[in-house]
Design a protein around this ligand. Sequence first.
Ligand code: NAD
Length: 260
Amino acid sequence: IAINLTGKIALVTGSSSGLGAAIAKYMARAGAKVAVHYRSGKDRADAIVDEIKNDGGFAMAFYGDVSKKEDVQKLFSEIDSKLGTVDILVNNAGIDGKRELVGEDDPDDWEKVIEVNLMGPYYCAREAVKRMKPKKSGVIINITSVHEYVPWSGYTAYSSAKAGLSMFTKALAQELSDYNIRVVAIAPGAIKTPINKDVWGNPESLKDLLNKIAMPRLGEVDDIGQAAVFLASDLASYITGTTLLVDGGMALYPDFKHGG
Ligand code: NAD
């Protein structure tokens, strides 16, 4: 059995780094033409495009801030004219924001996290749906987090946005079920990327983090890339409106691992 996305056009938001870059590479390896999307650092997006091309794939870089609906509309029209209409949307762009306790925080910071992590995927899905409905075909993958399930003190905006994105996944999947458009989510655990470098880059916090995972390792970006191509492919054609945890058992209450 092989995963084959030949003929598909995939947009992966925030794919100039981290999980997005890996997802873009896996989509291209499976044969899709990939829109590598970035908000800052065009050079890094171009480097991912070059990597994909050197690997025999097809990719182009596109700019846009997902929290601005005008940017998102422009992003999709540019992809329309340069690649064709999007068949696979991966809503990956996200921020975790800074650690702030409610009441001692700045509401603008809370709003920013919601704008990028929840409004962004909505704006992108909205544009994708307009293009997928007439084709009666499409897949939308939302990158949530274990924090769609696991509360995270100091990161109430992040946890709320990811839980919201999970429910958006389900409600939209229901809405699109007659159109052969699947909507799914991937909830990563702790994956080694720039977003959490300060945690895995420090031996003490790394030890603390490993204690929170049932399997004895952090996740790698490939773990997420592989899950994404599977969900985007026809091998997953009966999967919609659900979240796939890719977390090495982080959500399994690992403190109970040794009984007691
Ligand atoms: P990352 O910081 O490398 O990637 C995030 C990407 O989003 C960056 O490329 C950034 O430029 C882009 N981005 C941020 N704000 C944007 C905006 N307004 N418009 C467009 N793009 C924007 O981190 P990552 O770990 O690869 O994170 C990717 C996704 O995975 C995020 O949604 C994150 O919440 C989620 N996630 C990551 C982990 C992890 O352990 N790394 C765990 C759970 C969930």
